[in-house]
Write a protein that binds this ligand. Structure first.
Ligand SMILES: Cc1cc2nc3c(=O)[nH]c(=O)nc-3n(C[C@H](O)[C@H](O)[C@H](O)COP(=O)(O)OP(=O)(O)OC[C@H]3O[C@@H](n4cnc5c(N)ncnc54)[C@H](O)[C@@H]3O)c2cc1C
Length: 410
């Protein structure tokens, strides 16, 4: 079949989907290319939605992945406001909302993730917000601009960034988090304490070691009740308790789903014509094993990697996980993957909020994070990718260049 007569479809017009479409054209794919997104907006980036865009400091045009004419210029059929509602795997056809069917030769699933929702009394009250889309960011911004008092449920990355943005806009904030410190399960107690102190210093009230029991109010939320019996008055609430991959479509089609759509190292599902990338994909990573990464950099590079695989030029996607976060004047980048560790080593004093932390297990370096220290993350990625034994004294010594450490380890 000539390539021109082939149709490649991408479901999910987010970062992974948009970058995959771009790569398909870059790599010379000349067939029909359809990018389907249920949101009304063309593909955009989400990190600003809890940071500068939320605070009204970044113009709307800056959040989009591509300029407005990009899709037309590259003959990418961008179907917005359209959800894919079914996949007929045997016939290789997508069903779109409204009943239209679209035959595909290759399909990329890039449906992303959605916020986990609270199932507690009062969860459906007005003024209880979740953050994922640009629309939800704008709704929260409108609340923040109205001032008053916010309850933020969850001190993970999203909750922490929202709290920081809210404080910068002068809103009073109480955070409710069952762990002992923010971000405890990703960073551990010592580094989590740095983020707790940062919030406290900016006037956030931290209710740690307690959960949310209920929201109360007549029509709209007026107060939150915690599992340890406290009540907190508020004008609105924002819930950031994690995300879940949007796997319904894949599951209904009979693809294997287990905390994400299972794909091999090259991002192909068990069906040879169907691929997955971004937040939705649980990939067989060549060195880290089954892995699903809910971060911007992963969507940015995994989308194009899946596109190359769709063209039959796939390679094992072996990038080391990377993410970043900004809260107040503290920026960080994290490289690697530490699910379990027995030691955290610091280069620099964490209380100064200018340091590098390393996560080790049985003497091997699994991950590194630079906090307000810049231009070192590529070296951290290299080091963390090796998962090799390290000399702790050298890690701690700011005089030893990280690049040398990577060379020693290699
Ligand atoms: C507020 C916020 C802040 C973040 N900040 C950071 C950060 O600082 N650093 C970092 O590394 N990461 C951050 N992330 C994570 C990062 O944005 C995600 O990892 C990234 O957006 C994943 O891209 P994706 O393309 O896989 O999914 P998404 O961006 O979720 O895009 C998927 C798209 O598919 C659409 N879709 C779903 N189902 C269908 C269907 N059936 N039919 C049609 N369309 C469908 C969805 O509506 C969505 O538009 C943040 C995320 C959020 C929400």
């Amino acid at each position: 079949m000539s390539e021109r007569s082939r149709t490649f479809a991408i479901v999910g017009a987010g970062l992974a989907g948009a970058k995959a479409a771009e790569e398909l054209r870059e790599a010379g794919f000349e067939g029909r290319l359809v990018l389907i997104g249920e949101e009304a907006e063309r593909p955009y980036e989400r990190p600003p939605l809890s940071k500068d865009y939320l605070r009204g400091e970044l113009e709307r045009e800056k959040i989009f992945v591509h300029g407005e004419s990009f899709y037309e210029d590259h003959e990418i059929e961008l179907m917005l406001g359209r959800a894919a509602v079914g996949i007929d795997v045997a016939a290789q056809e997508l069903e779109l909302a409204g009943g239209e069917r679209l035959a595909f030769d290759r399909l990329l699933l890039a449906t992303g993730a959605e916020p986990r929702r609270l199932r507690i009394a009062g969860a459906e009250l007005d003024r209880v917000h979740y953050l994922r889309s640009v629309e939800s960011s704008e709704a929260i911004r409108a609340r923040l601009e109205g001032g008053g008092k916010a309850v933020v449920v969850g001190a993970g990355w999203i909750g922490s960034e929202i709290a920081a943005s809210a404080r910068r806009l002068g809103v009073e904030v109480t955070m409710i988090e069952p762990a002992a410190v923010p971000l405890e399960h990703v960073l551990g107690a010592e580094v989590g304490a740095v983020y707790r102190d940062l919030q406290l210093e900016h006037g956030v009230e931290m209710l740690l070691g307690t959960g949310i029991e209920a929201f109360e109010g007549s029509g709209a939320v007026e107060r939150a009740r915690t599992t340890d019996g406290r009540t907190v008055d508020c004008d609105f609430a924002i819930v950031g308790i994690g995300a879940r991959p949007r796997t319904e479509l894949a599951e209904a089609a009979g693809l294997t789903v287990d905390d994400g759509v299972l794909v091999d190292a090259e991002l192909q599902t068990a069906h040879p014509a169907i691929f997955a990338a971004g937040d939705i994909a649980r990939q067989q990573h060549p060195t880290l094993g089954p892995l699903r990464v809910e971060h911007w950099a992963n969507a940015l590079t995994q989308g194009p990697a899946a596109a190359r695989a769709m063209l039959g030029a796939g390679k094992a996607y072996d990038r080391v996980p990377y993410f970043f976060s900004d809260q107040y004047d503290v920026g960080m980048e994290y490289a690697g993957l530490a699910r379990q560790w027995d030691r955290v080593v610091f280069r620099g004093d964490p209380s100064t909020r200018e340091f590098i932390a390393f996560w080790l297990h049985e003497g091997r370096l699994l991950a590194g994070m630079n906090v307000n220290v810049w231009d070192v993350n590529e070296q951290l990625q290299e080091l963390a990718g090796l998962r090799a034994p390290v000399d702790v004294a050298a890690l701690e010594d700011p005089e030893v260049p990280l690049a040398d450490l990577a060379r020693i380890q290699a």
